[in-house]
Design a protein around this ligand. Sequence first.
Ligand SMILES: Cc1ncc(COP(=O)(O)O)c(C=O)c1O
Length: 295
Amino acid sequence: MDNLILYNGQLVPAGDAKISVFDPGFLYGESIFTTLAVRNRLPCFLSRHLDRLLETARQTELCEVPSRTALSDGVFRLLDSLGTPPALLRITLSPGPLMNFRLDSPTSGPSIWMVLPVYRTPLPPSLYRSGVVVGIGPVQSFGTTDPRFTHKTGNLFLSRWIRHHLPKDQFDALFRTPRGFFVEGTVSNLFWILKTGEILTPPETWGILPGVVRGVLLEVAHEIGIPVRWGSLTQRSVHQARGVFLTNSYIGLLPVRTLQTGRDAVAFDPLDPLLSRFSTELEHRLMQDLSHGNR
Ligand SMILES: Cc1ncc(COP(=O)(O)O)c(C=O)c1O
């Protein structure tokens, strides 16, 4: 593992990078970020990650953000400099210190940004055959107006809390709407494979995170002619699905074998043919993306 990060465009030893105690990123979780996978020392779906990150910066009114080229060059420079390539990279932008070190001031200068290597062991391939167990998380009043869910921000207390308290055998927990519809995991998007052969997934208007992998899979479904319906299932209607899977940049597409709903456990087929089809297509899109050197 290397001890090098990219900080405001400079390669520096990780221990030398500092953030102000008056930075709202630290004080209030007002930083924004994206986490992308690295394959063959190349960033996966970099262009899509930068699109979402810069759109989040715009919508959260972050000041003086680095250019897309600076971010992209920074990513490649860090990857070229690391002896051991990491499994993931996290690009973070934070507002920078509040003016005059006063908590009621606006920020004073350009946002600060960093690219950090994340050394994490890839999930064992057997997990993609067996599937994982997921549980039920808290009810969230999802809505497009809640930026904590529609953007990747540093305000991660709730999802980290849930993850720290997950039972050992559970991979993630699913948030629900007040009416009981499952929406997404703490770090993943949710897809159902209905018995009708359709895909069902919550729409962005429910206030979910517009995941990069989710976006790729929706394009795949459109291109190969698999019908997609917007919505989700509740604890009562899960029997309408024969399969269910989670997506994010680290796990890719991961089948769920069991949904643990209190004392009941609902089983799904982790080897559903549609799931294998999506996995193959996702891998194909990833290879295309990497070979285009997509910045
Ligand atoms: C709440 C949530 N939903 C979905 C995702 C998946 O996003 P992506 O596919 O861009 O990794 C994440 C990623 O961490 C997340 O935190």
